[in-house]
Design a protein around this ligand. Structure first.
Ligand code: HEM
Length: 544
């Protein structure tokens, strides 16, 4: 990689020295007069703090990694697709590396044993979150779940998620919404490809997957389908989308100063913009909450199954503030929307590249479901190969390849190295799931591997961690799996999938776009051909 290994990384203060802030002046430029007393005192205090910090950091044995530059650390070495870059560095420096983003130490682990140490043996000490200024604003300093540090608040809201929001009973009660949305997707793809104008033309898989994910998550969380059957979005839906887009814009505006705290005074937060954004988000959410309260009162107190109803009726039992309810609802939107759409797009790309797998999955669907009805989630247990296809797609293309970063709330030793309190810790689940030491032919899309050996993907087997593991494991894992399997099963049962005209399947761009969640870099365009009787392409509408 062209970087000399560096096991003893410099301290944040080292950067300040190197940056030249304290560069000594040439003797000739110095005045011989002694500095006034307050200046001497301040200078001594600074020296003492520097010495103490240096002592603190030098006593640690930090993991090796590329040599950081003064001030910026490795910021200029990190390639845009971070998990690939870290996996390359792991080849040079070993399975645990230090990466400096400005003055923040990030430790990245890339094998099964170290993932187990992070997510199981030292789970609790590594279960805090790093909140940058934007995340801190959006979450009102961790009043939600995603951005909360590990502690009594986190334990409480996590309990609400496990026992209430994602209980098997509620997931099952919300099944009609999922089946409605998945069949709506099938109906609209069918309309597209049976329109004479579109004959043989490719469509964007992401567009359809994104619509299912959007409608599904907004209905599940807010009990709202913002889009009507003609695809027209209502006023609240437009406002919702504008808020999501504005949140992304604000989040992206912070950049460099996030990594170099002492530079922040030069880049003040746009306090006003953040405050307006928060107020706008809260206003829309409150409006929806009031609608639900009114409907519940009218129906004599009967609560619906949507998350908003669940949270409002459980507010007193769990002592949830309004900020926490709003935060939780938006967490679900943030974490549950892109992840499922991304997984589907990658899976379809692999099925086009591997026609043998596509055909085998279709044969299973034809045998189990047949040609006279559509698949439902109750068929899953009879469709082991379909489940393996979804799992293999999540192995090769985890939508969050570095999970969400954890932060150490105490000094911890991992793989013989020190992780000082306050460092960020990432598990490169993408690299772990492609490690030739634990996977045979790791780069081959071969769902059969899971028929030969049943590998758990919900946090018990540290070779396969698309949802993480331990205390912070994804609470929506089961729901996510069901949605991905359902979308995939319907797409395969109803259609044959081929690449866009003139594209060789092996030429499909399988590279990733940069970001916390990993979309395909080039949107997948594919040609669907219906394979079932025409009456099976109707949306199965659910009134909820
Ligand atoms: C294929 C789909 C999905 C994948 C691959 C996925 C993956 C993940 C991962 C890797 C994490 C971070 C775990 C960690 O920090 O250690 C996470 C967190 C989270 N996910 Fe998911 N997720 C998916 C779907 C969903 C859905 C559908 C929802 C909700 C509707 C959801 C809600 C959450 C929440 C709230 C967190 C934060 C948990 C915490 O900080 O304690 N996810 N997810």
């Amino acid at each position: 990689m062209g970087h000399a290994p560096c096991t003893k990384s410099p301290t944040p203060l080292f950067y300040i020295f190197k940056a030249g802030s304290f560069r000594p002046l040439p003797i000739s430029n110095m005045t011989m007069a002694l500095p006034p007393l307050p200046v001497s005192i301040s200078f001594s205090v600074v020296i003492l703090i520097v010495a103490y910090k240096l002592y603190q950091w030098l006593r640690f044995k930090l993991p090796p990694g590329p040599r950081p530059w003064p001030v910026v650390g490795n910021l200029y070495h990190i390639k845009p697709v971070r998990f690939r870059c870290y996996a390359e560095w792991a080849q040079s420096y070993g399975p645990i590396i230090s990466v400096w983003t400005g003055s923040t130490l990030n430790v990245v682990v890339s094998n099964t044993e170290l993932a187990r140490q992070v997510l199981k043996d030292h789970d609790q000490k590594l279960a805090d979150r790093h909140r940058n200024r934007s995340a801190a604003k959006f979450s009102k300093d961790g009043q939600d779940l995603i951005w909360a540090d590990y502690g009594p608040h986190y334990v409480k809201v996590r309990k609400v998620c496990t026992l209430e929001l994602f209980s098997p009973k509620r997931i099952e009660a919300l099944r009609p919404i999922r089946e409605d949305e998945v069949t709506a997707m099938v109906e609209s793809i069918y309309k597209y490809c049976t329109d004479a104008e579109n004959y043989g033309k490719a469509l964007s898989v992401r567009k359809y997957a994104g619509a299912v994910a959007f409608n599904n998550i907004t209905r599940l969380a807010f009990g709202k389908r913002f889009v009507n059957s003609e695809g027209v979005i209502d006023e609240q839906g437009l406002e919702f989308k504008a808020i999501v887009a504005n949140g992304l814009k604000l989040g992206a505006s912070l950049a460099m100063a996030e990594h170099i705290p002492w530079l922040r005074w030069m880049f003040p937060l746009e306090e006003e913009a953040f405050a307006q954004h928060g107020a706008r988000r809260d206003r829309l959410t409150r409006e929806i909450m009031e609608e639900h309260t009114e409907a519940r009162n009218k129906s004599g107190g009967v609560a619906k199954q949507h998350f908003v109803d669940a949270l409002l009726t459980l507010q007193d039992k769990y002592d949830l503030s309004e900020d926490t309810i709003i935060g939780l609802l938006w967490d679900m939107i943030t974490a549950g929307m892109d992840t499922t759409a991304i997984s589907l797009e990658w899976a379809v790309a692999e099925l086009i590249k591997n026609p043998r797998v596509q055909q085998k999955a279709q044969e299973e669907l034809d045998r189990v479901v047949g040609f006279e009805r559509v698949m439902t989630e109750t068929d899953f247990s009879s469709l082991p190969y379909l489940q393996c296809v979804a799992k293999e797609a999540l192995r090769m293309h985890p939508p969050t390849p570095l999970m969400l970063p954890h932060r150490a709330n105490a000094n911890v030793k991992i793989g013989g190295y020190d992780i000082p309190k306050g460092s960020n810790v990432h598990v490169n689940v993408w690299a772990v799931a492609r490690d030739p030491a634990v996977w045979k032919d790791p780069h081959e899309f071969r769902p059969e591997r899971f028929l030969e050996e049943d590998v758990d993907m919900k946090g018990h087997d540290f070779r396969l961690l698309p949802f993480g593991a331990g205390r912070r494991i994804c609470p929506g894992a089961q729901l996510g799996i069901q949605l991905v399997e359902s979308m995939l099963g319907h797409l395969l049962h109803h259609f044959c999938w081929a690449p866009a005209e003139g594209v060789n399947p092996q030429e499909i761009d399988m590279s990733e776009s940069p970001g916390l969640v990993t979309y395909m870099r080039t949107t997948l365009h594919a040609v669907p051909t219906p394979r079932l009787p025409s009456h099976l392409y109707k949306r199965v509408e659910a009134e909820m």
